[in-house]
Every structure is written in C-alpha cells, then in structure tokens.
Design a protein around this ligand. Structure first.
Ligand SMILES: [Ca+2]
Length: 218
C-alpha cells in the first residue's frame, strides 16, 4: 500500500486530463496567443492592451489606458517569473504550449491542494505564486463591466469577447449556460473561472467561459 506522500503527484508531473488539456490549449489560443505564433510573448500583452482600449474606448495615454498598461505589464512579468522553471532556455522570452501546459498542470495540483479559489501558490516542491492570475481575472471582470454596475450582462460579455474572435451567437450561448438570471456577479465569475481551470466535469457551466473549445487540427 502506498503512503499518502507517495500517492500524491509531484510538481512537474503532468496531471491534466485530455479534457483539461483541451481547455488550457483553448485558453492559450483564445485569450493569450493573440498573435497566433504558437507562443505567449510580450507582444500578446501589448495586443491585449489594444483590445482593452477598444473595449473601453480608452484613448492612448488616458488614465484608464495607463492603468491598464501598468496592470498588464505586471501580469506578464509575474507569468514569466512563475513560468521560469518550465522553460528549457533561460534566455527564452516567450512561453511555448508544452511549457504553458506544465505550468497549468502544477496550478491545478495547487488548486486541488487548496480546494478553493483563489489559488495562491504551489508549495509541493518550490513555491510558484499564482496571485497575478487572480488579479488578472479581476482585471478581466472590470474590463467587461463597462456600465460599472458590478455585474456582467450578456451584451458586455459579447462585446468583450468579440475582440477575441468569438461570435455573438457563441457568446450568447456561453452566457446562457453560465447565467440563469441574465447577469454574472464578481464572485460567480471567479467560481466559473475556477471551474474552467480545474474541472474535469464537461457539463460544468464554467467550461463555457471562452466559447466552444478549440480543437487543434489533427
Ligand atoms: Ca455591467
């Protein structure tokens, strides 16, 4: 019989199920690799800033734009710091898909350890902080809530994800699966993301967050 410590997966071990891998690939392609060069790089975060400015109609150099630029630069830097151990080349200034998946596999392991959102860090071998990601989700929520009433409605959701090439039909369908009352509150948004990032249950509503799952060409 294995002891508990022997049975536990270790950092660096791939624990994602095929369904979870599909979700993290979809996240990579939809929200992050907006340049479509199969890596996540600083360029993608510049692109995110442009999308942000368009969604909120912020002019370059306006206070909203400046704050968004600062926050996005912080997310990029924290992602690169946390992802360091997963990159083969220390000088590599971008993240490849396999490095991305291993990073998130350890995130999911930490999430299972903590059992709730926000997932703070993975302590199994060496600490990796995920605080940036919790802040990134807060950023996304605030970005979407154009009316500023503290909830996301269907048109706000659709307006935001149009920038990420999701069709209005796809957004409407995703929104209906996630919300019964026509709005998504901040705590509900966090819960949906937690499902997207960790759930192995295909029927969980959070899996609809980024529309239909991207299927790589066979
Ligand atoms: Ca709103």
């Amino acid at each position: 019989m294995m002891s508990e410590s022997e049975a536990q997966p270790q950092q660096g071990q791939m624990i994602l199920t095929p369904f979870q891998i599909k979700k993290f690939e979809h996240l990579f392609h939809t929200l992050y690799d907006t340049h479509k060069d199969m890596t996540v790089s600083r360029q993608d975060f510049f692109e995110l800033l442009k999308k942000t400015a368009r969604i909120r109609q912020w002019k370059t150099g306006s206070p909203g734009y400046k704050k968004a630029a600062e926050r996005l630069a912080g997310f990029w830097s924290a992602l690169m710091t946390g992802n360091k151990r997963y990159r083969n080349n220390a000088l590599q200034a971008h993240i490849k898909l396999d490095e991305w998946l291993q990073y998130w596999s350890d995130f999911v392991m930490a999430a299972y350890d903590e059992g709730d959102f926000p997932v703070k860090s993975c302590h199994r071998i060496a600490p990796v902080s995920y605080a940036w990601h919790t802040n990134f989700l807060e950023f996304l929520f605030e970005l979407m809530d154009v009316s500023g009433d503290g909830v996301i409605d269907k048109s706000e959701f659709t307006n935001c994800f149009a920038e990420f090439s999701l069709s209005p039909e796809e957004c409407g369908k995703a929104f209906d699966e996630m919300s019964k009352d026509g709005e998504i509150k901040k705590d509900e948004f966090a819960k949906l993301w937690y499902q997207y990032l960790t759930s192995t249950e295909e029927s969980d509503p959070g899996n609809s967050l980024l529309g239909k799952l991207y299927t790589p060409a066979e």
